[in-house]
Design a protein around this ligand. Structure first.
Ligand SMILES: [Zn+2]
Length: 285
C-alpha cells in the first residue's frame, strides 16, 4: 500500500518536473552577457505563430467534492456503502455495526451455515439464492464465517498471531481492517477440501479454488452480486494473501463489471472512485 502511494507520489513529482522542464526548453534559452551573468533570452520558439493550444492539466488525483470531516483511517464509517474500501490501510471505526444485519438461518436453508451467523439483508438474500442454485447443481457449499464484529475480528487475529506470528497479518486482517465487519462478506467451505489438502481439519486453503464449490463461485458468484476481493496479486493493494473462499457482496452491476474486466474491488475503487482522504495511523503497515 505504502509502495503504491509512493509510486503515485513519485509519478506526480516526475510529471511535474517533466512539464516544467518541457516548458522551460520551449520558451527560453539561457545565454551569457559580456559581464558573465546569465540572462534568459527569448528565442523564436517563444513567439506563437498561431493561437496557442491550451493543453488541459490532467487531474491525477481527483479529490471528492464532499466536505466530510477528515477522520483517522481507523475510524471510518461506511454506513450502507456497498463499495467501501477496507484494506490494511483503510480501516473502520471499532464501533461501526451495519444497521440491517439479519440471521442467515432465515435466508439460507439446510446444513449450510450456523443459523445465527449475520449478514446485511441484501447480501443475505442474494446468498440464499446463490446457495440454492449451487445445491441444485449438486454442490455442497458451507458458510464458515459471515459478519464479524471488531471484537470477533480481534479474537480471530489474536489466534493467528499465536498460530503463525510471521504471516498473521497476511492471513487475517487486523481488527478494524476486515471486510467481514461490513456485514457483506462470506467465507465459503467445501467438503472436498480435506481430501485435497490431506488435512481432515483444513477449512481455509488456496486449494479451495480447485474444489467444485470454488470453481463454481469463481465463474458464477458475480451473477448474484458477489466478488472475490482478494484474488492472486491483490496483496499489494489489500495487504491480504490470496483468499479464494472469501466473497463480498457489491451488487450484480459492479460484480459483473469486475468479472468481465478482470479488476478486483480495491483496484477498481482506487482507480475509478475517489476515496475520502483519511489520516493514517503512524504504526500502520
Ligand atoms: Zn474472509
Amino acid at each position: 500500500m505504502k509502495a503504491c502511494r509512493q509510486i503515485l507520489f513519485l509519478a506526480t513529482v516526475l510529471l511535474a518536473a517533466c512539464q516544467s522542464q518541457a516548458a522551460a526548453s520551449l520558451t527560453v534559452t539561457p545565454s551569457r552577457t559580456m559581464t558573465g551573468s546569465v540572462t534568459m533570452t527569448p528565442t523564436a520558439t517563444t513567439v506563437p505563430s498561431r493561437t496557442p493550444t491550451i493543453i488541459p492539466t490532467p487531474t491525477l488525483f481527483p479529490l471528492p467534492t464532499s466536505n466530510a470531516p477528515l477522520v483517522a483511517c481507523d475510524e471510518r464509517r461506511p454506513d450502507d456503502d456497498l463499495f467501501a474500501l477496507v484494506t490494511a490501510s483503510f480501516g473502520l471505526d471499532p464501533n461501526y455495526i451495519p444497521g440491517d444485519l439479519v440471521k442467515l438461518g432465515n435466508y439460507v436453508s439446510g446444513y449450510v451455515t450456523l443459523p445465527d451467523l449475520l449478514l446485511r439483508r441484501e447480501a443475505a438474500e442474494a446468498l440464499g439464492r446463490m446457495v440454492s442454485e449451487m445445491k441444485a447443481g449438486g454442490l455442497a457449499p458451507t458458510v464458515l464465517s459471515a459478519y464479524r464484529s471488531f471484537i470477533e475480528q480481534s479474537i480471530t487475529y489474536q489466534r493467528w498471531l499465536v498460530e503463525d506470528p510471521e504471516n498473521a497479518s497476511q492471513i487475517s486482517a487486523r481488527p478494524g481492517h476486515s471486510e467481514h465487519q461490513l456485514g457483506t462478506v462470506v467465507d465459503f467451505g467445501s467438503p472436498e477440501l480435506p481430501e485435497l489438502t490431506g488435512d481432515p481439519a483444513m477449512k481455509f486453503s488456496p486449494l479451495f479454488a480447485q474444489t467444485g464449490e470454488g470453481m463454481w463461485l469463481a465463474e458464477h458468484a458475480h451473477e448474484y452480486g458477489y466478488t472475490m476481493t482478494n484474488p492472486p496479486g491483490a496483496a499489494l493493494w489489500t495487504g491480504l494473501a490470496y483468499e479464494p473462499w472469501h466473497y463480498r457482496y457489491v451488487g450484480v452491476d459492479l460484480a459483473t463489471y469486475l468479472h468481465a474486466s478482470g479488476y478486483f474491488l480495491a483496484e477498481f475503487v482506487f482507480q475509478a472512485r475517489p476515496v475520502l482522504p483519511c489520516i493514517p495511523a503512524l504504526d500502520a503497515p
